[in-house]
Design a protein around this ligand. Structure first.
Ligand code: FAD
Length: 399
């Protein structure tokens, strides 16, 4: 047997468990599978719920797309992605337009959009179906002292593994093995609204929003619109609020018509064209609190356990980096496992410092964007930030 065949066989004997079947966990399992390494995903939900959790995501050339190439799914992704979804319009509350960017025809830009459900569906289609086990909510992971962990699930099942990867999101049950730090409320609350079939039902709003994202920013508040692949418009109303605001505000999100009137009163001095994002919304309203981990958060390396994605570096969604980081982590960790063969601790030692470097940069950007978006003169300042980025890019291209 050749050395590399022996190494592959040793890798196959390692038992790797990934906790969580979100974009990070699925991408990790997919890259491992493509390289002949077995892993199991334990997911708490009874079926894939990614379609129900949030809307369109822009997948970046330098991170998420690299991971999809490693997973062998880049061409499939290109066929599903919406390159026109890169359109971006920026207003203030008076309806003054600050930016109006239209993606160029069918030229392939660097940050195409794809709905979360479609992205995860694509990964699930390519994964061997027995890789993912639904209905397995991890309650505890117990170190056995030899690098292995015993995983305990709510349904009574237990498993002993050589590597447990926490890909279980913001409130990870794996994270406490590595750090006492918890995700903290970032001071921003969001209400998610949905406007189905916007092009046909509300062509006036479709014209205002265009084919991608619209941000209207003023007075430490935001209305954000995002066209999804199924033709619906996802709307996020975002504002500074105490952590318990959703419980104490007196708005019952289960009574949508009354709730919409109450939400309109929060935006009563906004231009009527922007208020349509609330008026036209249908009957499903969801309240979300924005949480984050400290920027640059690290932990002491431990044998047989690591974290990827939101579990490792939860950041606010205002730089559009979260899913890209989760997928980049998945690729970096998978490649480290492939490179170090049966030495999983070496793989963790390669992965974690590299992940800290790039994810802390994105976390800083997300935090800075949060401060800018909910600060004074937000629309003007965001435009200036974009102008500066374009200028730097143009200078670099001319060098
Ligand atoms: C409203 C909103 C909008 C966003 N917009 C963007 C955007 O435009 N661009 C972007 O890049 N990012 C965005 N994000 C962030 C992005 O959604 C996350 O960064 C990304 O989903 C992280 O992927 P993940 O796989 O690490 O975790 P998740 O997607 O959170 O997946 C975690 C998985 O683990 C499972 N799980 C949790 N606990 C357990 C347990 N105990 N046992 C078993 N399974 C468990 C969950 O059910 C879930 O399937 C947004 C987030 C929100 C809330």
């Amino acid at each position: 047997m050749t050395a590399s065949a022996q190494q592959t066989q040793a890798q196959r004997k390692q038992r790797i468990a990934i906790i969580g079947g979100g974009p990070g966990g699925l991408t990790l399992a997919m890259i491992l599978q493509k390289n002949g390494i077995e892993a199991v995903i334990y997911e708490r939900e009874l079926h894939d719920t990614n379609r129900e959790r949030g809307g369109s995501l822009d997948i970046h050339e330098e991170s998420g797309q690299v991971a999809l190439k490693e997973a062998g799914l880049y061409e499939r992704f290109q066929s599903l992605a919406r390159y026109e979804g890169e359109d971006f319009r920026l207003f203030d509350k008076t309806g003054k337009l600050y930016m109006d960017e239209a993606a160029e025809g069918d030229a392939h830009g660097a940050r195409p959009e794809i709905d979360r459900g479609v992205l995860c569906g694509m990964l699930l289609e390519a994964l061997n179906p027995n890789v993912i086990r639904y209905g397995y909510k991890l309650t505890e992971a117990v170190p056995l002292g030899n690098g292995q962990h015993e995983l305990r699930f709510e349904n009574g099942f237990t498993d002993i593994v050589d590597l447990v990867v926490g890909a279980d999101g913001a409130f990870s049950h794996v994270r406490p093995l590595l750090t006492d730090v918890n995700a903290a409320y970032a001071g921003i609350t969001m209400i998610e609204l949905n406007i189905p079939d916007v092009a046909n039902a509300h062509p006036d709003l479709m014209a205002l929003n265009a084919r991608g994202k619209m941000f209207a920013l003023s007075d430490e508040k935001a209305i954000m619109g995002q066209l999804n692949g199924n033709g619906s418009l996802k709307v996020y109303l975002c504002f500074k609020a105490e952590r318990d605001w959703l419980d104490t505000c007196g708005i019952d999100l289960n009574s949508p018509e009354v709730a919409k009137q109450q939400l309109l009163s929060l935006f009563e001095d906004w231009d009527p064209s922007l208020q349509k994002y609330i008026r036209y919304a249908s009957d499903k309203l969801v309240g979300r609190r924005v949480y984050m981990l400290p920027v640059g958060h690290q932990w002491e390396r431990r044998s047989g356990v690591t974290l990827i994605g939101d579990a490792a570096h939860l950041m606010s969604p205002f730089a559009g980096e979260g899913v890209n980081m989760a997928m980049q982590d998945a690729a970096e960790l998978a490649l480290a496992i492939i490179r170090h063969g049966s030495d999983l601790d070496q793989a963790i030692a390669q992965y974690e410092p590299s992940m800290y470097r790039y994810s802390s940069e994105s976390a800083r950007q997300s935090r800075d964007n949060l401060e800018l978006i909910f600060g004074a003169n937000a629309a003007q300042r965001l435009k200036e930030q974009f102008d500066q980025i374009y200028q730097e890019f143009a200078q670099q291209s001319n060098v």
